[in-house]
Design a protein around this ligand. Structure first.
Ligand code: DCP
Ligand code: CA
Ligand code: CA
Length: 363
């Protein structure tokens, strides 16, 4: 199943201050250029009924809410992370396998505890909804299906505060009339392309020749769309163990205090760390060096960046700076050197569209 919290950032704001609950609530990312510049992060469903949407410029949202008493608030990410942590602690107890995929959603494999029975899964989903409401006062929408893809599409079906269960034999019936953009991975551009091919619904896509899809979208995506349209998906729910830091260390051929030489040796370490975080979809906020001097004493030096990143360039630049600083302060030579990244966080899928939106609009 997929559990997704309703209008999450705005619902967090309502949780903190229930007096705003019956008004339109708009959570904004202010860019700081002018008082009103920036975009809407999310809005509660009252605000949505006036046409307010995620990603919309703030001035446009204000225009839509011109004649009503609406609440505009700046994003408070730390608070939402805190609430998210509480939500996930509750939800993960109901899973055989648990995979958080965004700040406000998670996949649960419940096959074992329900003996693969959809009725039992429905009851479990109701219990999760009740627990979240009772313990945290929050509503969510849940989709249950034979795989992650169907669960995700089902969760979007009855928002907010909805539960949608799609059993194996109902998948085709459920999928075929849906607009094609409801499929995970079909964005605006792909939708336009599909429309131009006469593909409006998931059913149209399912009937489209696989070869033609591969020619148009490339082999990987073509096959994905072909399978997805039939509700076929074999991705397992991946339990993630929370890693706190990653480090690599290397022994130098000769003792040294030369930054260039050090960089030559650590470049490979940075590349390895970078590959590991890209693979695990994490970003780092703190970067450090480890130095074991020729008197065998162990030293470390680190700095914390303003924002999490997964940039190899940033990693290398900071490592170089730190080595420079370190050897300006000591007269000894290094025998072994290492790189350590910490303060790791999972990249949030949900932020990507917003970030790219802001970049496009402020360039
Ligand atoms: N978010 C954002 N910008 C976007 C999309 C989302 O800042 N373009 C943030 C705010 C959302 C949170 O991520 O509250 C979760 O995203 P969802 O897509 O799950 O949207 P909501 O939870 O806000 O609404 P819904 O009730 O549709 O799930
Ligand atoms: Ca949500
Ligand atoms: Ca979500």
């Amino acid at each position: 199943m997929l559990v997704d919290l309703d209008y999450f950032f705005a619902q967090c704001e309502e949780k903190r201050n229930s007096s705003i609950k019956d008004k339109p609530v708009v959570v904004c990312v202010y860019s700081g250029r002018t008082e009103e510049s920036g975009v809407v992060s999310t809005a509660n469903y009252i605000a949505r009924s006036y046409g307010v949407k995620s990603g919309m410029p703030i001035y446009q949202a204000k225009k839509k809410l011109e004649n009503v008493e609406a609440i505009f608030l700046p994003v408070d990410h730390d608070y939402y992370e805190e609430v998210s942590g509480e939500v996930m602690r509750v939800v993960r107890q109901f899973a055989d396998l648990f995979e958080q995929v965004g700040i406000d959603e998670a996949f649960l494999d419940v096959t074992v505890r329900t003996n693969g029975r959809f009725q039992a899964a429905r009851e479990l989903a109701e219990r999760i909804r009740n627990e979240l409401r009772a313990q945290l006062g929050l509503t969510c929408s849940i989709g249950v299906g034979p795989n992650k893809l169907v669960a995700k599409v089902a969760a979007d079906q009855n928002k907010p505060d909805g539960l949608t269960v799609i059993e194996d034999e109902k998948v085709e019936h459920f999928f075929s009339p849906l607009n094609v953009e409801r499929l995970v991975g079909v964005g605006t551009k792909t939708r336009e392309k599909m429309h131009s091919m006469g593909i409006m619904t998931v059913g149209d896509l399912a009937r489209c020749d696989a070869q033609k899809l591969m020619e148009t979208f490339g082999k990987t995506l073509g096959i994905y769309f072909h399978n997805a349209a039939q509700g076929v998906d074999n991705e397992p729910v991946k339990e993630r163990t929370e890693i706190e830091s990653l480090s690599r260390i290397v022994t130098l051929k000769q003792d040294s205090r030369d930054t260039d030489f050090m960089m030559e040796k650590t470049e490979q370490l940075c590349t390895e760390l970078h590959a590991a975080i890209v693979d695990q979809k994490v970003s780092f906020k703190t970067i450090g060096i480890i130095v074991i001097l020729n008197d065998m004493s162990i030293h470390s030096k680190s700095r914390t960046l303003e924002n999490p990143t997964n940039s190899l360039q940033t990693m290398k630049e900071n490592v170089r700076d730190l080595f420079k600083q370190f050897f300006d302060e000591t007269g000894l030579e290094a025998r072994r050197v290492g790189v350590k990244i910490s303060n790791l966080s999972h990249e949030r899928e949900s932020q990507k569209p917003l970030t790219s939106f802001i970049q496009r609009n402020t360039d």
